[in-house]
Design a protein around this ligand. Structure first.
Ligand code: ATP
Ligand code: MG
Length: 447
């Protein structure tokens, strides 16, 4: 992408009403614009990041055996009356009437709808397990929308739903999702820790919220430090292997990790040696839940079991805050100059900065580098504006491109361009013809 042809209306001034770094940086770097309270448009740069995140979520969901679908945003109130949640949900639900005076709503979540799809389609235990998910906009009329996309009213969520014949296989589905979430967040360069959450009347320990640690998080968290050091890394995961998944889940969920909602000081102290006790703040980026037959019973989502009698299916639901993740990633990856995107979600891979636009040799070198990076499968953004070097560097630092190639007449005379890491700030000189190769090497070493 050439910057002169891009749509990147960055802001010079820091927006006064944005309280946290990610909100300020998303506005300044022209990723989003607020349309009304808690409702945003995504501009080209922000939309690229959102789509990169979506892609990782999709890949890991499919890898774990979930099937992508797409349910509508607008739902009929009737389904919600069946489950009993139409009255229970409260003022967060945006209720709408259509021209025939029928009650509709903008979906805050999709348990009822997916249960309806399931019950009309599946009749026998032999067709189980099933796991369906979609990435779709939700609306919740939050009492206090704030922090930009972190707590919006309209927001993008991945919500998945599992259907099993008995509790044992439902827990396997739950474990599949827990492990796939570990992989999903790790791929984004995030440490998101599963923390025990409230299971309400269902009981048991099969609900976890995934939190990333950040000072601006809305939840207070209490944890055993050892859990922050766990990594899946290159470990191969076999989603059909119940024992393997159960052992990974155990590894991550045994050390104490809870939010203020489930925190128990006595248990924390007895389970966790003092040196490992940690109190911090966290941002909830995901939530998984096993809820048994709560919806299937109310909505008669039953299948014939092995003995022929009808059994309500065992369900779970699994959410990821896709649009919130954009803000959360910035909270975890920024400095005073701007965003520092992890490679996996960066809007562009590399910034090419021309120090002397209009200089024949510099222009030619930039064009060649652009072609070389594109040809190797990477996406460059080329700052071809007639601007001071300082302004160009500031823009690329602000929008967080992980690597920068600086091209100028003086360097070219010596046969070199400069390759700089946004994260470490370190630069090396490299011959233009070797820039791609060196970039690939450094990128690999840094991740
Ligand atoms: P919170 O406690 O933050 O209000 P929740 O528990 O109500 O969230 P869930 O119903 O578990 O949210 O939704 C799944 C995921 O969707 C959450 O983990 C979060 O990442 C995201 N999410 C929920 N509400 C919002 C919102 N208002 N804006 C952006 N993302 C949200
Ligand atoms: Mg939640």
């Amino acid at each position: 992408m050439r910057l002169t042809r891009y749509f990147l209306p960055v802001l010079k001034e820091t927006p006064a009403d944005a309280q946290i770094a990610s909100h300020r940086l998303m506005l300044r770097s022209a990723m989003v614009r607020q349309m009304s309270a808690g409702i945003y448009s995504w501009l080209p740069l922000g939309f690229r990041v959102l789509q990169n995140i979506e892609k990782i979520v999709h890949e890991e969901q499919v890898c774990a055996g979930a099937h992508p679908i797409l349910m509508p945003t607008i739902q009929s109130a009737d389904l919600w009356r069946e489950s009993g949640r139409y009255d229970a949900y409260g003022p967060e639900m945006l209720r709408i009437k259509d021209r025939h005076d029928r009650d509709m709503l903008y979906g805050p979540t999709n348990e009822e709808m997916v249960t309806d799809i399931f019950r009309k389609a599946v009749g026998s235990y032999k067709e189980l397990p099933q796991m369906l998910y979609h990435i779709q906009w939700k609306f919740r009329d939050e009492i206090r929308p704030r922090f930009g996309v972190m707590r919006g009213r309209e927001f993008l969520m991945k919500d998945g739903y599992s259907f099993d014949i008995d509790k044992e296989s439902a827990i396997h589905s739950y474990n599949r999702m827990l492990v796939s979430y570990l992989r999903t967040f790790e791929r984004m360069g995030l440490t998101a820790l599963p923390m025990r959450a409230d299971t309400g009347p269902i009981g048991g320990d099969h609900s976890h919220e995934f939190l990333i640690l950040a000072d601006t998080g809305e939840s207070e968290v209490f944890l055993d430090k050892s859990v922050t050091e766990l990594r899946l890394g290159e470990r191969e995961v076999d989603y059909a292997d119940r024992a393997q998944l159960a052992s990974i889940v155990e590894e991550w969920t045994t050390p104490y990790a809870r939010t203020d909602e489930t925190h128990d000081a006595a248990v924390f102290e007895s389970e966790t040696p003092e040196a490992r006790r940690m109190t911090a703040r966290g941002i909830e980026v995901g939530h998984i839940f096993y809820f048994g037959d709560k919806y299937s019973k109310a909505m008669k989502a039953e299948v014939a079991g092995p003995e022929g009698s009808l059994i309500p299916v065992e369900m779970g639901s699994y959410g990821i805050g896709v649009s919130r993740l954009v803000g959360a990633l910035i909270e975890a990856n920024h400095d005073d100059n701007g965003i520092i995107w992890p490679e996996a979600v960066a809007p562009f891979d590399v910034a090419i900065v021309n120090l002397k636009q209009g200089d024949e040799k510099a222009d030619a070198a930039c064009n060649e580098l652009y072609a070389a990076f594109s040809g190797a499968g990477y996406e460059p953004i080329y700052d071809d504006r007639e601007e001071r070097a300082g302004a160009k560097f500031a823009t690329m630092d602000l929008i967080g491109i992980p690597w920068r190639i600086t091209v100028g007449p003086r360097g070219l005379k010596n046969g070199v361009v400069e390759l700089t890491s946004r994260r470490s700030g370190e630069s090396i000189e490299v011959a233009p013809a070797e820039a791609v190769e060196k970039y690939v090497e450094l990128r690999r070493a840094a991740s």
